[in-house]
Design a protein around this ligand. Structure first.
Ligand code: MLT
Ligand code: ZN
Length: 464
């Protein structure tokens, strides 16, 4: 470390800056596996002024920063591998105000997603963006990655709920973007540029989140299917009859892992290769039953279970939401892919065929948000293979899988972001010209290259 942390700013106390190895190992990473963890320090700003001081320090001392939220990311966006200073927003987690006329909560970036959901409920409103990591993820991180999750087919992504943003750029300027307005036709909307920029353009220091009305009571249905391709027919049949709040899927392998890990009971006596989990308004139950009859007659589904109580709904949701945690001990090679819904069946088959032919020892654990075309492909590490060797094979496999994605004009990262993990593969989804423009935009907002400098934009691509 060749900088004097004491000079970071006069308002910092010793309890806001840490350099002990235990903390460095915790705050220097997110949930992504396989990267070296090597930060120099962690700083916990408590005010916007302190964030600006950190930026000034980084410019002065030529040191790079890694913004860090709930550290639930799966693409290494919050990993510090190169002696960077981690800027953790854990202590900027307050709800600053609520404006019921505009339905806007103004909060600090470190607010936990679940705390925002609870606050919304207490006010008689609803924050609909939801995912399994809602208990740890923070709003700033959600905005930085444009987090999606399990309700996207009804409510959209984080982007759709951000009414305003305050951001400190890499030059230390505070941008106040959009002020929570609905209408603001004054040129480029930097709010939307910041959303999903993975901490490469600025540090998010305040967010205006719009809430909505609470949904009516919901019902969960789990369906069993023989073939993944039939799930898309099921999706079409249901969604033309009733509005769906969620349409998720998982394979039988994924189900086995979650049943073991959480000691749950299987939803059906007879197991099937695939399952879909649907959520919809309780008022629509008759329409849902009619849709099920059509699907059963066509042999697209073999069985169904419907929740009768909220508790049963929660239990059924565990079958889907518990998967990620249940397979963590296999250090899976994770992929987060998307294609258009009509391309999902063929794409699934192509990937399955490729992996089965090329890596017959690998188990493929499919799950995800099939209702919006987002498939999580997790390859489980065979016990006898070292983590290093397994990841080496994973990297070897990625270009082939990403070719299949690219042929379908899909995305190599649907919702987890690019970070360190996908950076070298960005060209499978974005053109050289797009990457060149990304680099130019970064140089405007972060001319000193201090903000997540090694993330998102691949070295060498799109340079003149
Ligand atoms: C999920 O949908 O469960 C999350 O994106 C996490 C994961 O993909 O493992
Ligand atoms: Zn997901």
């Amino acid at each position: 470390m060749n900088f004097e942390l004491d000079s970071i700013g006069k308002n910092f106390t010793s309890k806001q800056i840490y350099t002990d190895s235990e903390r460095l190992q915790i705050w220097g990473k997110d949930w992504t596996n396989g990267f070296e963890i090597n930060p120099s320090a962690i700083v916990f700003p408590e005010t916007i002024e302190q964030v600006k001081e950190i930026i000034s320090f980084a410019i002065r001392e030529n040191v790079q920063l890694v913004p860090s939220g709930g550290r639930t990311g799966l693409s290494g966006g919050a990993v510090a591998s190169n002696g960077e200073i981690v800027v953790s927003f854990d202590r900027m987690n307050a709800i600053k105000s609520f404006n019921a006329s505009d339905k806007i909560v103004t909060c600090e970036p470190g607010l936990i997603t679940a705390d925002l959901q609870t606050f919304a409920k207490e006010q008689g409103f609803f924050y609909p963006v939801d995912f399994a990591s809602a208990g740890s993820s923070q709003i700033g991180g959600n905005v930085a990655t444009n987090a999606g999750g399990i309700k996207v087919i009804r409510y959209g992504l984080t982007r759709d709920w951000v009414a305003g943003l305050k951001v400190v750029t890499g030059t230390g300027h505070l941008l106040d973007c959009n002020f929570g307005l609905v209408k603001n036709a004054t040129g480029y909307d930097f709010r939307h540029l910041m959303i999903g920029s993975e901490g490469t353009l600025g540090l998010i220091v305040e967010v205006d989140i719009r809430l909505t009305s609470p949904p009516p009571p919901q019902i969960v249905m789990v369906l069993a299917a023989e073939h993944s391709k039939d799930l898309i027919k099921v999706l079409k049949e249901f969604s033309q009859r009733l509005p769906l709040s969620a349409f998720e899927f998982f394979s039988d392998l994924a189900l086995s892992k979650v049943l073991d890990h959480r000691e749950l009971k299987a939803p059906f006596d007879k197991r099937s290769p695939f399952y879909a989990l649907l959520e919809f308004d309780a008022l629509q139950v008759e329409e849902a039953e009619k849709a099920f009859e059509v699907c059963e007659k066509a042999a697209w589904v073999q069985d169904a279970v419907l929740s009768q109580t909220e508790n049963q709904s929660r239990k059924l949701w565990q079958l889907r939401e518990g998967i990620s945690e249940s397979i963590a001990s296999y250090t899976p090679y994770k992929n987060d892919l998307s294609v258009r819904i009509e391309d999902v069946p063929e794409f699934l088959e192509e990937v399955d065929t490729y992996v089965a032919n090329s890596y017959p020892d690998f188990e493929v654990c499919w799950y995800g948000h099939i209702g919006d075309g987002n498939l999580h492909l997790n390859i489980l590490r065979p016990e006898k293979l070292s983590i290093e060797k397994f990841f080496e094979l994973g990297h070897e496999m990625s270009p082939r899988i990403f070719d299949l994605v690219s042929n379908k004009r899909g995305s190599i990262s649907a919702e987890h972001g690019v970070g360190l993990l996908k950076k070298d593969f960005l060209s499978f989804t974005r053109s050289d010209e797009e990457i060149r423009i990304m680099r130019s935009i970064k140089s405007i907002f972060d001319p000193h290259q201090i903000l997540n400098a090694d993330k998102l934009i691949p070295a060498g691509v799109g340079t003149d």
